[in-house]
Structure formats: C-alpha cells, structure tokens
Design a protein around this ligand. Structure first.
Ligand code: PLP
Length: 440
C-alpha cells in the first residue's frame, strides 16, 4: 500500500510519460489531458524548449539563496513577466505556488497600509464561492465552507460578497446593470465593515474551480475598480488559474482593461515544469514598504533559478506559439461544441467560460435551475466515467449558496481542432453513460 496521502487514500494509475496534450500511465493507457492537470500545464507536456532551458540552468546552478545572490534566471523572468503586466505593475516577488502568492499579496497590502499611515486597514473582502488557496491566510479569503469550516478557530475569516452568478439569478450577464448590481454589493459590504478598516478586495476575473468558469458580467470589474478607488481600497486580481494565456489573453483581467494594484499568479507561469508563483505589484505600493524597512515576508525557495528558468521558457513559448490567440480561437470553438452537447443532453443546464477556461453545469431541471441530488455525487462520478474513457476533466460541487455540479474543460493552450473533436466525443459518450446510470 502506498505511503502517500492527499485529500484521500484513493490510488490512481502511475504516470509514465506525458507529451503535448496526452499522458500515458505505466500500463500504456493514453489519456487526453482535458484539464491541464489542475489548469496548470498551459503550454502542454514535455515542451522541448522548456526542457532544454531547464537542462542548461541545472548545469549552471540549481539554487542560490536570495540573501546571497540574484540569478540571471530570476532577473530575466521578472523582466519578462513585468512586460506582460498592466502599466506600473513591475515589482515582482517570486514564490512557489498560488497560496503563497495570495499570502504575499495580503501581507504586502497590509504593510503598504502601515507604511502610509493607514494601520487601521486590515480586512480583505472576497467572494462566495471562491478559492484563493489552502494556507490559513489565503483560506481566510476563500469562500468555500467545507474547506474553511474546520479551521475557522485558527484564522480570522474575512468578509465575503456573493460571486456574480447571473445565470442562477436569472439576470443577463451582458447587461451593464447586472455587473453594477453585483459590484454594488461590494460597496454595501465595505460600508457595513467600516470603510476605514477595509484594505483590499481580492477577486478572480473569471472564476476557476469554485464557480466553474464564471465570466464576470459586463461592467462588473470596471465598477469594482471604481468602488475600490472611491474607498481607497486595493484591488488584488487572483490570476492563479486565469493567467498565462488561459482565457485567451495573458491575464484574465485584460479582457476588461481594468487595472489592478496587485496580480497573483502561479499554475500556468510554471506550466507544471516547476513549482512557481509570483506576486506582481504596482511600484507605488512596493516602494513605501521597502523605504519603511522592508517587506517582512519571504520563502526560502523564492526565485529558485530552476523554477525561474522554466518559467521564462514557458513565457517564451506562449509568445513564440502565440498561445493567447490560439486559446481564444480554440476556446470559441470548444464553447460552441459544449453548447452543442447541451442541446443533446438535457442534464447540462449551463455552459460558460472564456478562452480555454470552460465549464458546463449539471441541472436536474433547466427551467428551475435545480441541481442534481447531492447524494449522486454527480461531478465526481462524471469525472470517473470520462477518466475510464481516457479523458481527464476537472470538477467541483459548489458548496456555498446554491448547490451545483460543474465540470471544467480546460485543456492545454496548444489545443487543435482534432483534440476538440476527441474531447467532445469523450464527453458525449460519458454523458450518455452518466445519464443512463442516474435514470430512475
Ligand atoms: N487561487 C486560485 C484562483 C486557485 O485556483 C488556486 C489553486 O487552485 C490557488 C489560488 C492556490 O494555488 P496553489 O494550489 O498553487 O497553492
């Protein structure tokens, strides 16, 4: 019996090889990676350019502690990443994952407030449902009760506002009034919490696993920015899942042209080649903190040269292969095909997403938007059926507010139309089997 454990004890096949969008287990079975792992492997598996860059870096040095050395790899990666950020966001702090990046943003925001004489500000408002990470700070902003409840006595849970699930509330996501309706909930929450205590709002521009590819309604993020400005609150964009081209632009927020104060990234910038995350902040925030004595925060592996060499090569591949454009083009086709599945399969109640961050949600009745019964554990059962057919997809049951099972379809950005055919065929067959299983 394996000595490993994660969330559970379940034993999966042993991974042998992976290349492009495919993975093979030790028994030689092939899988199409329709979720890029956990929305990580944006450029696909075993990319030659990245492997060569890592090999070169390994032959030079694999570790240099940040108090002793800078490395060319981390300097160059920081330059390249900053080039892709909105104007002014050019101070880069490396970490090893998404939760660490969120923690770093929370602490930078707090230290900035202290440095500019606003020490009463500490509350970071976030949304329900949302996922911002599993460490206690990031978890305090996470809106997902099953994950947060056991640890509540150990952390200071942050205030929440509802995520803009227009499709469930019967609102038109393309109407400007819808975006304003949800954004104004933030303004009301700030007033309730006491504007002088509120430090920041953290938000995913397009929801990831928690909401299942929920695209911000028209005008939402623009209005959120206005509200943050009005109250002097920082806007933190969690681009851990949406960043690095996933949604058809380098950052998810680029679709709306809204300027954040801090961006947190991970997943796609390392693309699975190395554990890498980054917080990129406006220099206007960082400079006062450094002037006031420095950022009281940091991880041993920050700026690890191997991780940064991998990250730089990943960003180069995103540019060289124009993967943002491909994600946008293939995403449109994939979304259209998912809508086609919805026409054929009554059990699909909603299809949504942007670029290659797409999802569909199961409903037992489209007109009432009623979810499938919880005891079916539909999202997990569906993922298992697809897996048995060699298609990997990702799923969650939203636990906060309205219940619902959604399946995320988020393949690597190197996707082509042949891969889309394969994905749709695998989903179609899996949907037929699933519908038969749950038929009364
Ligand atoms: N933020 C978002 C939006 C995420 O999707 C995740 C992980 O899924 C995290 C933060 C946490 O990242 P990690 O698991 O690398 O700590």
């Amino acid at each position: 019996m394996s000595k490993l454990f994660y969330q559970g004890r379940g034993r999966k096949p042993v991974l042998d090889q992976a290349r492009g969008v495919y993975m093979w287990d030790k028994n030689g079975r092939r899988y199409l990676d329709g979720s890029s792992g956990a929305m990580v492997c944006n450029i696909g598996h075993s990319n030659d350019h990245v492997l060569a860059a890592m090999q070169r870096q390994m032959e030079k040095s694999t570790f240099g502690y940040r108090l002793h050395f800078e490395t060319e790899a981390s300097e160059n990666m920081a330059e390249k990443l900053a080039e892709k950020m909105p104007e002014g966001l050019d101070r880069v702090f490396f970490v090893s994952g998404g939760s660490e990046a969120v923690e770093s943003a929370m602490k930078l925001a707090r230290q900035y407030a202290l440095a500019v004489g606003q020490g009463e500000r500490w509350k970071i408002i976030s949304r329900t449902p949302s996922y911002h990470g599993c460490t206690l700070g990031a978890l305090a902003t996470t809106g997902y009760t099953t994950l947060t409840a056991p640890f509540e006595p150990m952390m200071r849970v942050m205030p929440k506002v509802p995520a803009p699930r227009a499709y469930l509330d019967g609102l038109d996501p393309d109407a400007a009034a819808t975006g304003r309706h949800y954004a104004d909930m933030l303004a009301r929450r700030i007033e309730e919490e006491g504007p002088e205590n509120v430090l920041a709002f953290i938000v995913e521009p397009i929801g990831g696993a928690s909401t299942g590819a929920l695209v911000s309604p028209a005008g939402y993020l623009e209005r959120v920015r206005e509200i943050c400005d009005q109250y002097g609150i920082l806007l933190i964009l969690d681009e851990v899942m949406t960043g690095a081209g996933r949604t058809g632009a380098f950052l998810g927020v680029d679709h709306w042209g809204v300027r954040p104060d801090i961006v947190v990234m991970s997943k796609g910038i390392g693309s699975g080649y190395a554990p890498l995350g980054a917080m990129v902040a406006d220099r206007r925030l960082v400079e006062p903190v450094l002037d006031a004595g420095g950022f009281a925060h940091g991880f041993t592996y920050a700026g690890n040269p191997l991780a940064c060499a991998a990250g730089l090569a990943v960003l180069e591949e995103i540019d060289r292969q124009d993967l943002c454009t491909n994600a946008a083009a293939m995403g449109e086709k994939l979304l259209a095909r998912l809508n086609g599945l919805m026409q054929r399969h009554e059990i699909i109640g909603d299809v949504r997403g942007k670029g290659l961050l797409t999802a569909f949600e199961f409903m037992s009745d489209r007109s009432t938007k009623a979810p499938l019964p919880k005891q079916l554990n539909a999202h997990q059962r569906f993922v298992d059926i697809a897996y048995e057919r060699g298609l990997i997809v990702y799923s969650r049951r939203t636990r906060d507010g309205v219940e619902g099972d959604h399946i995320l379809v988020c393949p690597p950005l190197i996707l082509n139309e042949g891969h889309i055919d394969e994905i749709i065929e695998g989903l179609d067959e899996s949907l037929v089997q699933f519908a038969q299983e749950i038929a009364p």
